[in-house]
Design a protein around this ligand. Sequence first.
Ligand code: UDX
Length: 449
Amino acid sequence: MQQENMGVRLLLFPLPLQGHAIPMFHLANLLQKKGFLITIVQTRYNSPDPNNFPLFTFHFLEDGLPANATPAPNDYSTVLSVLNTNCLTPFYNCLSQILCKAAKDQEPIACLIADPMWSFAGSVSSRLKLPRITLRSTSMSAYFVYHSLPSLRDKGYYPLQETKFDELVPELPPLKVKDLPPEAGQDLLADTVKETNTSQGIIWNTFEELEDAYITRVRQVLSIPIFPIGPIHKYSQQSPVNIWAQDQTSISWLNKQAPHSVLYVSFGSIAAVSKADFIEIARGLANSKQAFLWVVRHGLIEGSNENNPLPLPNGYLDMIGQRGHIVNWAPQQEVLAHPAVGGFWTHCGWNSIMESISEGVPMLCLPCFADQTMNMRHVCDNWKIGLQLEKGLKSEEIERAVKKLLVEEEGAALRNRIKALKEKATLSLKEGGSSYKSLEDLTNYLLSL
Ligand code: UDX
């Protein structure tokens, strides 16, 4: 711990979606260890229990959504828009009070660290003359694509043409035209790029050795400092960031499996699949005859609700017996670190990819939306640590892909490559490593604000 930081406070403002809040809380743990005092400003909706973080101070915003509405509804863009409307005034009032009290107590506050999907964090912090840093929970390459959208439009990539879908985008290797963000939703992307670019620094959950080319390009286009400090969840063995209850039978079940024999299947906190795809996945997993741990959270199946039984084929659970285990929500980081896990079927959310790389687990990739398609392309075509699957696929193709990943030579080659990347990730966090140095730079920068 760096004692000289004691007494300097940071205000953190996470977005209440798992893929965003989890890295923000890892960052909070990390900066607290560096000696900063941590205040979290959070919604009542879908946020962690403060009792799990006794070292932090919490302030709640009245967000107008039901506090217990977990899991987050699949229509996350509606949730975001409601939160961005409802939280503006409560956030301004909350920050004003915190700053007033700090001035009275003569307690220094270095800055606000906010998620760039809060559309008002920039305007509120500049009104209150509080420096602001951004934490981005997506990859450097995805950000670069979002940043480049105006020039991609000028170059004629939009509207996207289906006849060109399989062509490479030479400006953004190894992306193909079909990987580019669709037109719908680009206003939201433009807002987050603006929030990012107008901040006084950007923290990234990535590391130099993974994304060096895009890190260099981002440094060329931005004049603010950037801090790639990832993998952000690996700095300490501190308890995980539980927002939803994690089913610990995941671990007791894994304890009974052979090394590298299990496929872990999870599509993150928001993505959904059709009922037809769900049934094909269930069949493919069963027919592969490989062991699997499958996260089927509420909302995973489009149009279903908590009261609907899972649409599993007749006699499914008897058929898979002890070979498969289905849970609602798993302790994912622990699962991926477990020696029994040999592969990860993921939707390619950025946190999942960083967690998989950190444990050297090769992937099957079924991207659903947002940055996931671009992430998949890097996983499969750039780093070559995963195999691509397409939506609408049949159980036979799933069966083949699962076997390829877990028991065939192609999977072994992917495993070797991701193990080498894991080594690089581990080294980057050690003294003298790139993320270690970046974290030191960040600490000094926060103290200079
Ligand atoms: C969202 C976006 O959808 C994603 O595209 C973006 O890159 C980040 O924000 P999400 O879809 O939830 O995230 O996926 P991901 O980024 O993988 O984050 C999920 C988090 O939940 C991970 O930290 C993972 O460890 C955790 N998780 C997931 C669990 O703890 N248990 C589970 O059962 C599943």
